[in-house]
Structures are given as structure tokens and as C-alpha cells.
Design a protein around this ligand. Structure first.
Ligand code: 5GP
Length: 207
């Protein structure tokens, strides 16, 4: 019997904000389960199916929508992305924290979710660079995408940045280490929330 229910730490931010690195590091440190998303976009060099994403055909993605397998799904940069319920619900139920890296549309869907388990678990954070110039520099620095894709990502990123105020928390990125310290601190603080503590007569005050 877990002493508390898990946290659903939802992280959004423009491409190049470093949010994926933060989420992955939290999972690598075994602080949380990383919710692996499904996508119809092709794998980039080095990406591994089942680790970075579940890479699906359009037909397979649509079949999952029809089966009601997604907690949320959205079209981002022309491809479909979705979070499987199975990547989230069973973990938070067992008191395991989950970290998810999703776009602003997906975040809006999760925020609108009426499931009490999700509502109680949800903590949302927006990660962003300090300036548009820094964002552009970070996006151009990633060599895996074509110039057209980089231009599209920059346009989308500037649009995404306008949504930061809808989130409970915002992190303006500094150095990798500082960002990670603040990010991990947020999770540690959220673990103290009374609303997620499961009370039982035999175990009333477990830390
Ligand atoms: P990328 O293709 O660069 O890995 O991700 C593109 C965007 O899709 C990022 O903003 C990322 O946060 C978002 N994304 C990744 N997985 C999901 C998901 O399951 N749902 C939604 N709504 N967005 C996602």
C-alpha cells in the first residue's frame, strides 16, 4: 500500500528549452517514470522505439484514438503525438511519480481532464529560455533538423511561449545544473502535499 498517490509532473516549453533533458534526467535518477509518448513522426537518428517514443504509423495511431487509449493527443509540427493512459494512471495509482513532456495543446487537455485521480496528481510547469534570441540560438544549434523544420519550430516556439501564464510553475532556463536543481526541488516539494497522502488507521503518519 503506497503512503501517497503519485504526482503527474507535466512539462511544456518550446523546442530548445531543454525540457526533454530535464525530464529524462529525472527519470534516469529514478525520481519519476518518464511517460513515453506515441508519435507518427519518423524517428531521428539515434532515437529508439519504445524509449524516446513509440513510433507508430498513422493507422496504428488512429486505432489507439478509436480505442480510447490516449489521455491526450495533439498535432504538433504536422505530426500526431499522444500520451497513453497506460503510461500514467497505473503509476500514479501505485504512488510512483510520472514526468511527461508534452506541448501546450496536450497540457490544456490534461488540465481540462475531470478524472479526480489526474486532477489530484497534476503539477504543470513551463520551461522557457530568457529571450527569443536565446531560443533562436538554441534551435539553430540542433543540427538534426533541416532549415525549413528549424524555421517552423522557431515560429511555433514563439507562439508556444505565449502560453506560459496558464501553468502553475515557470522555469526560465539558466545553466543545466541550476535548471535541474530547481526542477527536482519542485518535485520534492510537491511530495509533501497533504492532498496526496493516503491515510490509514494502521499507518497514520508515515513520512
Ligand atoms: P519532438 O518531435 O521534438 O520530440 O517533439 C515535438 C513536440 O511534441 C514537443 O513540444 C513535445 O513536448 C511534444 N510532445 C511530445 N510528446 C507529446 C505527447 O504525447 N502529447 C503532446 N500533446 N505533445 C507531445
Amino acid at each position: 500500500m503506497p503512503s501517497r498517490t503519485g504526482i503527474l509532473l507535466l512539462v511544456s516549453g518550446p523546442s530548445g528549452s531543454g525540457k526533454t533533458t530535464l525530464c529524462r534526467r529525472l527519470a534516469d535518477d529514478q525520481e519519476a517514470h518518464y511517460s513515453t509518448s506515441c508519435t507518427t513522426r519518423p524517428a531521428r537518428p539515434g532515437e529508439v522505439d519504445g524509449h524516446d517514443y513509440f513510433f507508430l504509423s498513422r493507422e496504428a495511431f488512429d486505432a489507439k484514438i478509436a480505442a480510447g487509449d490516449f489521455l491526450e493527443h495533439a498535432t504538433v509540427h504536422g505530426n500526431s503525438y499522444g500520451t497513453l493512459k497506460s503510461e500514467v494512471l497505473q503509476y500514479i495509482d501505485r504512488g510512483i511519480d510520472v514526468v511527461m513532456d508534452i506541448d501546450v495543446q496536450g497540457a490544456a487537455q490534461v488540465r481540462a481532464c475531470t478524472d479526480p485521480q489526474i486532477r489530484n496528481a497534476l503539477v504543470d510547469l513551463f520551461v522557457m529560455p530568457a529571450t527569443d534570441e536565446e531560443l533562436a540560438a538554441r534551435l539553430t544549434g540542433r543540427k538534426t533538423d533541416s532549415p525549413e523544420i528549424i524555421a517552423l519550430r522557431l515560429k511555433n516556439a514563439i507562439e508556444e511561449m505565449a502560453h506560459w501564464h496558464k501553468y502553475q510553475y515557470r522555469l526560465i532556463s539558466a545553466t543545466r545544473e541550476e535548471d535541474y536543481t530547481r526542477f527536482r526541488s519542485l518535485l520534492i516539494a510537491e511530495r509533501l502535499r497533504v492532498a496526496r497522502i493516503i491515510q490509514s488507521s494502521t499507518n497514520p503518519a508515515q513520512p
